[in-house]
Ligand binder design. Sequence first.
Ligand SMILES: [Zn+2]
Length: 137
Amino acid sequence: MPVDTQGHPLSDETLRERLELLSARLGGATVRVLAGDLPPERAGSPQSPHLAGKAADIRVPGLTTREVSEAAARSGLFDGVGHYDASPRHPAHTHVDLGGRRPDGTGRRWAVGADDTPKGWHDDGHVQAPRSKAGDS
Ligand SMILES: [Zn+2]
């Protein structure tokens, strides 16, 4: 199964197709959806593309979250790619969305460390390494 929504609603057909394409780029690995469409009380921000059904939080068994985040960013399939280390609030995951690009047409990307503070992407497209060995990166 290339994309396993695990029963989570994921209403945007284009996003579902992009996840299938990401799976193909990863050699057919299963893309497991941890969250798709979210109600306002769970989406966090009123601007969250999860509200519009245009975002998914994913993991790919067998790959680290960094590998998935970097592959998703390199693929150009998504407008936004966010890398999240495991934290007390959520497991490690990659957020992908079709919530719009920057005015210059480039994708948005960001990374959040285990302490829920922002960390960076290197210019070569790699996510900054975790500060400690704790948790999946
Ligand atoms: Zn998300």
